[in-house]
Design a protein. Structure first.
Length: 231
């Protein structure tokens, strides 16, 4: 096979305890999946889950023990953090039932769904796609993926984020509106899941702005932490 130009490298994430990396196929994100975050965004009630995508090359991959770097993006003056549990798909499928979802999961990671909130808000008001608010350069920082068999009770794990050492978000994965199995059921009804897909499962309450120079550190108990500086 020859190409008219050199194709970009496949984005990939380190795997805890393995030398092989996890190649990213697609990045799916779940919107408003914690009650108190839905409320802070002005919504109530259990609406069906909804999804958006980010290109795989928006991942900022941060190795264990390192501090990653994300450039403050263009066009915004309200860059928000959203700490999220990330589900890494190892086996693809269509119309996966919630009860079977675990068989499709390779592992779990900690991610940030960085958001140009002002642009997202403008698009919402106009009923336009969220892409410019969500799917921009370096908008998907992620730490190493821990294989599922090494992860304990992820469904009841604490999830947290600090900015410059101060708590911003602190909740528990048990507060997901649509749990991991239900999310995979809904997602795989709409798209064919494939090995390498990442699912950012939603963020708890406490989203807020960050500035250049801020250091974000977040984690999910049993899965590790993610540290990122805004440059
Ligand atoms: Mn999010």
């Amino acid at each position: 096979m020859s190409y008219v130009f050199t194709p970009p490298a496949v984005p990939s994430v380190p795997v805890v305890g393995r030398s092989e990396r996890f190649p990213i196929h697609r990045i799916y994100c779940v919107g408003r999946n914690y009650v108190e975050h839905a409320q802070e965004m002005g919504f109530t009630g259990r609406e069906p889950p909804f999804f958006f995508l980010k290109p795989a090359d928006t991942a900022v991959v941060v190795s264990a023990g390192e501090t990653g770097s994300m450039d403050y993006p263009t066009l915004t003056s309200n860059l928000h953090h959203e700490i999220e549990l990330v589900v890494a798909i190892g086996t693809g499928g269509r119309n996966i039932k919630a009860a079977d979802a675990k068989k499709h999961i390779f592992g779990y990671g900690v991610g940030l769904d960085m958001t140009r909130r002002d642009l997202q808000g403008d698009m919402k008001k106009q009923g336009r796609p969220w892409c410019i608010g969500k799917a921009f350069e370096q908008s998907s920082p992620i730490g190493p993926i821990t294989p599922a068999e090494q992860v304990g009770d992820v469904e009841n794990a604490e999830i947290w984020l600090q900015v410059n050492g101060k708590d911003r978000q602190r909740s528990n994965v048990s507060k997901l509106i649509w749990n991991i199995g239900e999310t995979i059921e809904h997602l795989s009804a709409a798209w064919d899941l494939a090995p390498g897909d990442l699912i950012y499962s939603g963020t708890p309450e406490g989203v807020a702005a960050v500035a250049k120079g801020d250091v974000l550190e977040g984690g999910v108990a049993g899965i590790g932490t993610l540290k990122l500086r805004i440059a």
